[in-house]
Design a protein around this ligand. Structure first.
Ligand code: GLN
Ligand code: ZN
Length: 765
């Protein structure tokens, strides 16, 4: 090895929205026109500087930079390499406004598509590329931020999205030939990265981090060859910083050998998701002259690290690799800032948790322990405290409820089994008496300012529970009357009482805790506050029955009960890591099952259990799909079985790209599945057929993500496509997703058109 400074103790990235969501407020006020670009830049600069100061003070050896973003790091990369679509660059806006136009769209130029970042709940903007895309270094953000830190006396390691992952995350733009693959642009893109590396080098950067997480998923030989080609070429340049290639969210598999061989100086591995990744790396002799950064502190969950396990994992690499660094498993973007602020949380629970700030300290501690030994004076006390916290959690008896455990033990396959579908369908038809092509909605109606105010006032104690409930009841009544007037067949109560479809349930279930400041960026300026699932889950009392029965009391038409499914509750929470996810899923499923049962007993004849996150948790590697689908499907069925054949179970899925979970959707055995389909023009129906799906299906007939009101013809044409693909007696008519983010000015005419279209196509049957 040369005498370059090691990466040592580091993190792969840090939250950027601000401990008090300062960036959210700053960008939203800029968008609203109430502050200037200079104000926004000032807030951004303060956030960057504070982050660097904090990381420096914590004692990291290498501090990342360019982890800041106004909106999204993939969009940053597209802007940096000059690959924003012409529809945005030709608007004649400033670079900042062009960037926001690509992120959010304008009247004439729709935004880039947004999709999930691997298996996380973070969303990135999908670059649109084609054979005509030319790349050029079109910005200097990573260099500017490097220089900005350097002026403060800090040497940082700029973080860039790697060129191969960038292309693999992109999609072909609308005019590209059908067989066009963004990866074919690699040769054209690499010179831009070379230029960027050279510029960082001349600015003084010692290291640069290039993220290539796409290689923890299954990749073709051609894709692996592209990785080889990219880093052979970039690594071959003399005028560049040392390169750390970072992988995360899984293990590299075959790509490990490639990255071990190419001329780069460091490799960051996720040893949390795959504990065997250390052994695999130790076996690569080509890593003997590289630095391997062991990601042993979980960057995605919020539990304190078991320091002994972490040191053991890292130590598998000692002696086998050139140098050993230590890090988080991925960027800390996915966890909140600081657990010390959670003063309302039970103290004991808080003592088991580590948010971003605490995780940085853990990395520093582990780095010192690995370097100086566990008995060194600088680490011995802190290691003891870390061990004590983990041991305390391990021995806490109230994390395990004997009743929940006994119930789990007594489960038999028949508990996740409903009766014959044909019989169910017949009984449901006599109970519900619906016309052909029944119309319904996905659950939520627009969340008006008035509703948000009522919730906030209730929280602040300005509205007492009685007043708050009265406000909600009057909203429910209004929504029921509106739906009757529009002529919908299966009604909903509109979900006015729900702050969020997971939080609402987490607040009422045992085993969950809420945070006050635990915000995590979901996309752009949008943040979520995932609950912490820390112990055995059970449902002390009904959670939705009062609202559902009130709604049903107002009308003769069936009102759907509305619940969130176990997989989605897990996906959007921080989940205990001391037992298999499948066991936790079963516990949540039993709590939902209790609610389903109580809704049925209270006279609710149709119950929807939403699973929009079923796709999100799908493992990145195919080899793990079967097991995942087995427990996730089972938990849904457990939640929705044990009821009368005449009770109709609905489910709802969104975020398209169902591909690999289609067989799982069929296996859910829901009587009716509503599914996002408008944007893909009903294509999902033939995919469902091919996967053996043969239940009721409500392909969304209009896209609620857009403010456009679809006209009757547009909807009836989609319905004709639907009844051509699926027997009409199984087709339902509904929007794509819940209506909570829309306004009544669009929702009302859209639903009226939906009902007219359904009547039209019904008459043709
Ligand atoms: N029932 C929920 C709603 O209508 C479903 C939300 C979702 O699909 N994400 O808002
Ligand atoms: Zn949805």
């Amino acid at each position: 090895m040369t005498d370059r400074n090691p990466v040592g103790a580091t993190i792969l990235g840090y939250p950027r929205i601000g401990p008090d969501r300062e960036l959210k407020r700053a960008v939203e006020s800029y968008w609203a026109g109430t502050s200037t670009a200079a104000d926004l830049e000032e807030t951004a600069r303060t956030l960057r500087v504070n982050t660097w100061d904090e990381l420096k003070a914590a004692g990291l050896d290498s501090i990342p930079s360019n982890t800041f973003s106004y909106y999204d790091q993939v969009l940053d990369t597209a802007a940096l390499v000059g690959a924003l679509p012409p529809r945005h660059t030709e608007l004649g806006l400033s670079p900042l406004d062009t960037y926001f136009a690509a992120a959010r769209g304008t009247q004439q130029a729709p935004a880039l598509e947004m999709t999930k970042w691997f298996d996380t709940n973070y969303h990135y903007l999908v670059p649109e590329l084609g054979p005509d895309t030319g790349f050029a270094l079109a910005g200097s953000k990573p260099i500017d931020e490097y220089v900005e830190a350097r002026k403060l006396g800090l040497e940082t390691r700029p973080v860039l999205l790697g060129p191969v992952t960038f292309l693999l995350l992109a999609k072909a733009h609308a005019d590209a030939p059908e067989d066009f693959q963004p990866l074919s642009l690699l040769e054209r893109l690499l010179p831009v990265y070379e230029e960027l590396l050279a510029a960082l080098h001349s600015a003084g950067a010692e290291w640069v981090q290039l993220d290539e997480p796409a290689f923890v998923a299954d990749r073709s030989a051609a894709e692996l060859a592209a990785l080889d080609q990219a880093y052979t070429r970039l690594g071959g340049r003399p005028d560049r910083p040392s390169i750390l290639v970072a992988s995360y969210f899984g293990s590299l598999g075959e790509a490990l050998g490639t990255l071990a061989r190419v001329p780069v100086e460091g490799l960051a591995l996720d040893l949390v998701t795959d504990p065997t990744a250390g052994d695999a790396a130790a076996a690569q002799t080509a890593l003997r002259d590289k630095e391997v950064v062991a990601g042993v502190v979980d960057g995605r969950n919020i539990w304190r690290t078991d320091v002994d396990t972490a040191m053991t994992k890292a130590a598998t690499l000692l002696g086998s690799v050139g140098r050993l660094g230590v890090s988080t498993s991925c960027s800390l973007l996915h966890v909140p800032y600081d657990v010390d602020r959670e003063t309302a949380m039970p103290e004991r629970l808080r003592s088991w948790l580590a948010f971003a700030r605490q995780k940085v300290a853990e990395v520093v501690l582990l780095g010192r322990a690995l370097r100086h030994g566990q008995d060194a004076a600088s680490v011995v006390d802190e290691l003891a405290r870390a061990r004590a916290a983990v041991a305390d959690r391990g021995s806490a008896s109230d994390l395990r409820e004997p009743r929940v455990r006994a119930r789990l033990d007594s489960l038999r396959p028949e508990h996740a089994q409903r009766g014959d579908y044909a019989k169910r369908a017949g009984e449901q038809q006599s109970s519900l008496g619906l016309p052909a092509l029944p119309t319904t909605t996905i659950g939520s109606f627009p969340q008006t300012d008035e509703l948000r105010r009522a919730r906030a006032q209730h929280r602040a104690g300005q509205l007492d529970t009685e007043q708050y409930h009265a406000a909600m009841r009057s909203e429910i009544e209004r929504v029921i009357r509106l739906q009757e007037d529009i002529g919908l067949d299966v009604l909903v109560h509109g979900e006015p009482e729900r702050n969020d479809m997971v939080q609402y349930f987490a607040e009422q279930l045992r085993g969950f805790a809420a945070t006050e400041h635990g915000w995590v960026q979901s996309y752009g300026s949008r943040c979520v506050r995932p609950p912490v699932l820390f112990g055995d889950v059970s449902r002390p009392e009904p959670m939705t029955v009062e609202w559902a029965t009130f709604a049903q009391s107002l009308t003769d038409r069936p009102v759907k009960g509305m619940l969130t499914g176990p997989v989605t509750i897990l996906a959007w929470s921080f989940v205990r890591d001391d037992q298999p996810l499948a066991d936790t899923a079963r516990q949540v499923a039993l709590a939902i099952r209790d609610e389903v049962h109580d809704l049925e007993s209270a006279g609710i004849r149709a119950i929807q259990v939403d699973e929009p996150a079923l796709r999100e948790l799908l493992p990145l590697r195919q080899s793990a799909h079967k097991e995942y689908l087995s427990w996730s499907v089972e938990s849904f069925r457990l939640a929705t079985s044990g009821i009368s054949d005449s009770t109709q179970i609905h489910t709802h899925l969104c975020y398209s790209e169902f591909g690999e979970i289609l067989p799982g959707i069929a296996a859910l055995d829901a009587d009716v599945t509503s599914i996002e389909a408008a944007r893909s023009r009903m294509e999902v129906l033939s995919d469902l057929n091919a996967a053996g799906f043969a239940r009721g299906v409500g392909p969304g007939v209009y896209d609620i993500h857009s403010p456009r009101v679809p006209d009757v013809d547009e909807i009836s044409n989609l319905l004709r496509t639907a009844v051509a693909a699926v027997p009409a007696e199984r087709v339902w008519v509904n929007p794509d997703c819940g209506l909570k983010t829309r306004g009544y000015a669009e929702v009302e005419p859209a639903l009226r058109n939906l009902v007219s279209a359904a009547r039209q196509v019904r008459a043709e049957q």
